[in-house]
Design a binder for this molecule. Sequence first.
Ligand SMILES: Cc1cc2nc3c(=O)[nH]c(=O)nc-3n(C[C@H](O)[C@H](O)[C@H](O)COP(=O)(O)OP(=O)(O)OC[C@H]3O[C@@H](n4cnc5c(N)ncnc54)[C@H](O)[C@@H]3O)c2cc1C
Length: 424
Amino acid sequence: MDIIVVLFNRDLRTHDHPALAAACENARQVVPLFVLDPALPTGHREGFLAECLADLRRSLRGLGGELVIRRGDTVTETVRLARMLSARAVYTALDVSALARSRQRRLAAECDRNRTEFRGFPGVTIVAPDALRPSGGGDHYRVFTPYWRAWSAHPRRELSKVPGTVSVPELDAGSPPEPGHRPSALFEGGETAARERMRRWLKHGVADYADGHDDLAGNRTSRLSPYLHFGCLSPLELETGAAGGGDFVRQLCWRDFFHQVTAAFPRINRDDYRPRGHEWRADSGAAQAWKEGMTGVPIVDAGMRQLLAENWMHNRARMIVSSFLVRRLHVDWRVGADHFFELLLDADVANNYGNWQWMAGTGNNTRPNQTVNHLRQARRFDPDGDYVRRYVPELGSMPARTIHEPWRSPVAVAGYPRPLVSMD
Ligand SMILES: Cc1cc2nc3c(=O)[nH]c(=O)nc-3n(C[C@H](O)[C@H](O)[C@H](O)COP(=O)(O)OP(=O)(O)OC[C@H]3O[C@@H](n4cnc5c(N)ncnc54)[C@H](O)[C@@H]3O)c2cc1C
């Protein structure tokens, strides 16, 4: 039999899917597979994932194919299916986290034992994590600006076409996960919703990105991060569509940057990338107040409550709240990063922990002692206080003049705490 199994992970799409396109070209029959593995840290993302899988199944069925779903250990289930079908190969997109890489290694070894070909493909990032090496030596770029230069000059692969048909052998397709609770009403899972959002963004949003991306109250960033995380969108296709959108493309480069750091330093979610000997305070009360959006600093609380309400947070707010936790409360970056990881719909190991270490001064920041002035940031990026008013209703009637410093107001605000730390 001439069958190839395509294992889907963080690439839940049919457009620009190099592994799927190659399998359809190379074999008469193809089995698109997703394994619901208990080891996957899906957390609040389960409902979104279920929508992504349902949408992918619909798309594949539209091509004459199917999405086969199994439950259990990814390697065991993939190899079991490949053996049952006497498949000649397993194709998959390569990813960078420690979990993904150990799974890839195990899968490659098991395939080898069973005399099944194993092939890894690109598609999770724009430029493959191992494609660029600094001229001065080393296995990855530690600093962003030289990476950005090399990345911009690096030739791109061609976008892969959606296969004309996907021909699947007779087999039990398996039941999809329950749609369950969608964590955030703002994000509908799946490639169809992702492509519609990308289309609107490229037509109406990206041109304003340089001016608008730091406007906390405005909806002026793409909000494509959950779709990029689950691979409902190809980052390369997005970059191609945004050609000329310099500042926006630079953000996509940040994503690739942290992925190549993670590939080289897989313990990025646990160990300091650059140990600085910080002594963190074990203050669970302060950390709890921060998580609940009750620090008494409105701009911080607004960000943390946006996270609780939407499972997403504006990038500027992520910078403000993370720096507040590590620089003002002196709480370990791991506490904040793990909380983000649990709640964010777009949480991924590379971007989340890479950015947290950056803010904590233990990561790739060339100015590790750089601090954020929280009040100045609040006045600059939320000048009218609309972002705070939206997420901190206790302050709803405060004028722009005092909303960022309610402790200066002669009238106490009922139900809203005094700042945990002095803001002078
Ligand atoms: C402490 C902290 C934690 C973060 N955790 C995550 C995370 O878990 N997952 C995540 O995708 N992003 C994370 N980011 C980066 C950034 O905040 C989000 O990617 C962005 O807010 C998503 O919104 P958007 O899609 O509208 O972004 P846009 O501004 O429209 O940018 C487009 C895309 O570029 C990428 N991008 C933008 N900024 C960054 C960045 N600083 N680092 C890496 N990629 C970037 C994202 O994929 C994003 O979707 C974090 C940033 C900080 C400061």
